[in-house]
Design a protein around this ligand. Sequence first.
Ligand code: XMP
Length: 512
Amino acid sequence: TILIVDFGSQVTQLIARRVRETGVYCEIHPFSSAADKLETLKPRGIILSGGPASVIEDGSPQVDRKLLEYGVPVLGICYGQQAMCVALGGVVEPGYVREFGRAEVRIEKDCSLYDGVWELDHSYQVWMSHGDKVSEIPDGFAVVGTSPGAPFAMIANEERKFFGVQFHPEVYHTPDGARLYANFVHKICGCDASWTMAAYREQAVAAIREQVGDKKVICGLSGGVDSSVAAILIHEAIGDQLTCIFVDHGLLRKNEADEVVSMFRHQYNIPLVHVDASKEFIGELEGVVEPEAKRKIIGRLFIETFEKEAHKIGGVEFLAQGTLYPDVIESVSFTGGPSVTIKSHHNVGGLPERMNMKLVEPLRELFKDEVRKLGRELGLPEHFVGRHPFPGPGLAIRLPGGVTREKLDILRQADAIYLDEIRKAGLYDTIWQAFAVLLPVQTVGVMGDGRTYESVCALRAVTSVDGMTADFYAFDMNFLGRAATRIINEVKGINRVVYDVTSKPPGTIEWE
Ligand code: XMP
């Protein structure tokens, strides 16, 4: 195990993913309480993350000495490097030039951290993002690499196995970063690559059996990857003590509901209650325009429907949820005040409390990409596992102006054509999310010899790492032309297609 000490960097989770990609388990804990975890975690190495604060300011987060005295290798990144230096008697100064973005590190000394990855007397591209910099290194440390803005871009104390880098090896723009992490965890910390999804599957199955015993579990399926993987894993552990409830709100994409139902019933033989509640959902949504109002209605109806079905089953003690690790990590916050709610993404908030059930959350330790790997391990088809994220409120938030059954049908057809073209062009996996939005705007067109007066369809596609920020995807114009022509020709009710070129921020990914 590797312990990652979080100083509040935006990319701390990326560090964890890099470490796990090397086949080594790791956990993230806030700088203020990480040392308390030493005893239970028994880490073989410690990574100190970056962070937004300045170590030279009063009251800035410090490295707990217990971490440095625990006797295992330590890697400090950016703020982590500076905090480690200060703790060991070095000096950090404000940088006169803030360095941000691509930089070159020149390697000047041998070091086990880059062994087999980099070579002496060569320069390599890295990603920097810092204001302060180390100006005097602690005793026992040597300079390994320098950059124009950071004379101590990479430092090492080989004897104690303490390393510091001013750049960010976890980000994509440091091309060799993943291999530096692999060196640290395998060669320097001596961890072997035993964190695999096959091993996780075995452990999780045993843990579920232990937790649940002979009691009954219910699981709400959404059609997405997380709840499906959770359900399949639980079924593997306890068989038919599990019942899945699929509340079909009628707001899914084309064929999605059928696919989930047949997969569960026929491929996995998992008991499944399929509730067609589309009439209620669409009925209550009629005339509702405000996005948050739509979310509330959908969330409430979902809970009511789910509860009714759960009562019919009777005697259920556990509720399964597809909670992921990013929802569990305790975050380090320097801003203090409450953040503004842009959108309420908690589709079924309050369900567990209301139903008074114990939770089974077999994915609590996993990142999204690991859930996908586990899904493959459990035999889920590739096109299902690799599917783009889809919001809980479904197509309802892709129909500005209000939801009707007719508009849903039109949107579903346009969306399916768009995604089909994206798959055919081989772009599906490069894009984070792509979808169509049906606008409440009608425009004039001409088809054949006649005038048309029909709706506008907007297409959206973005790239992203985590959905928090996103760039619009720059399609080739020929691709867009092809998709637009097919949509207008094949979907009755749409006579114009536009493409959304807004990034996030300032836009959000969904339109509502
Ligand atoms: P936004 O639109 O906030 O979306 O940039 C970020 C990611 O979250 C998804 N999203 C939702 N997911 N319930 C969900 O489960 C919601 O109400 C919701 N709204 C947005 C969105 O599809 C994107 O992946």
